[in-house]
Design a protein around this ligand. Structure first.
Ligand SMILES: *[C@@H]1O[C@H](CO)[C@@H](O)[C@H](O)[C@H]1NC(C)=O
Ligand SMILES: *[C@@H]1O[C@H](CO)[C@@H](O)[C@H](O)[C@H]1NC(C)=O
Length: 259
């Protein structure tokens, strides 16, 4: 079988070759992966890992994108990241001010006893599940999907991985809290209970009290899950480089080799 049967003359073939050369150069310049254009989607180079980052109250997805620069290990070269922004909504603890918020919060500081609006959280969870399900449809192994989030995004991370119908690669909660009532426990599937959880919290946090974070492991124990709980002395309501580097090795240790 001839490679280029439709080209009648060598000149036509040469022109076509030149055209594709410039197309490849153009795609490269625009930062588009020319390889994904030229290869089928079953390409082993396609993203096998999906990392979703959920930001905190009043923040935005793009503002958090620099987080990925901490993930310099070669395993993350082909990871796909997503930094969605929360919808603008009225926030009770801020006197009804409208800002990017995944669900309503009634008081700051958040404590383990703060009131919750579970139905509001569950609406946000559905949006996270839709993002994850889309990646699964695209061929990503759910066990290579990692949901991570800070503060309100951390609380949403926990709720999302617990209520996802399948085992995920992991859920990483930074300075978050339990935003679900214990009545939700019966809705957590045996598959979801296998999802590993990493919980990190600064001990000097005055926005989401360390005590609210500490309520995480006992709640998970009630669910029948355990978690790795990391307490960071002298860290307030923020994420440190140390925490992100630990997240990198935590995810790396859980990556599955095949999709
Ligand atoms: C969850 O707890 C809150 C109090 O924090 C309560 O107002 C709400 O009714 C509870 N929801 C469910 C479904 O149990
Ligand atoms: C809880 O959230 C639901 C749905 O987002 C909303 O309709 C309801 O008014 C909220 N309840 C309270 C007590 O704020």
């Amino acid at each position: 079988m001839r490679l280029l049967p439709m080209f009648s003359s060598p000149l036509t073939a040469a022109l076509v070759a030149v055209f594709f050369f410039f197309l490849a150069v153009l795609l490269q310049r625009r930062g588009l992966p020319s390889s994904s254009f030229l290869r089928p989607s079953s390409d082993p180079m396609a993203a096998r890992t999906f990392i979703l980052w959920l930001h905190g109250l009043g923040d935005s997805g793009p503002a958090n994108e620099p987080i990925r620069t901490f993930f310099s290990a070669p395993e993350f070269k082909l990871s796909k990241w997503s930094f969605p922004s929360a919808p603008h909504s009225s926030v009770s603890c801020n006197y009804g001010a409208v800002m990017p918020s995944w669900f309503d919060i009634y008081e700051i500081p958040v404590t383990s006893e703060s009131p919750k609006n579970e139905s509001d959280v569950l609406k946000a969870v559905q949006n996270v599940h839709a993002i994850a399900a889309k990646e699964v449809d695209n061929g990503v192994n759910p066990e290579n999907i990692f949901v991570c989030g800070f503060s309100q995004g951390g609380a949403l991370t926990l709720a999302s991985v617990l209520l996802y119908p399948r085992t995920l690669g992991g859920g990483a909660v930074f300075s978050g809290w339990v935003s679900l009532n214990s009545s939700i426990i019966e809705r957590i599937s045996p598959e979801a209970k296998k999802t590993p959880i990493l919980w990190s919290h600064g001990m000097a946090d005055r926005t989401v009290l360390f005590e609210a974070g500490q309520a995480g492991p006992p709640f998970l124990e009630q669910v029948g899950m355990s978690c790795e709980f990391k307490a960071y002395p002298n860290v307030g309501h923020s994420i440190t480089t140390e925490e992100l580097l630990h997240l990198q090795s935590w995810i790396k240790a859980r990556l599955k080799s095949s999709s």
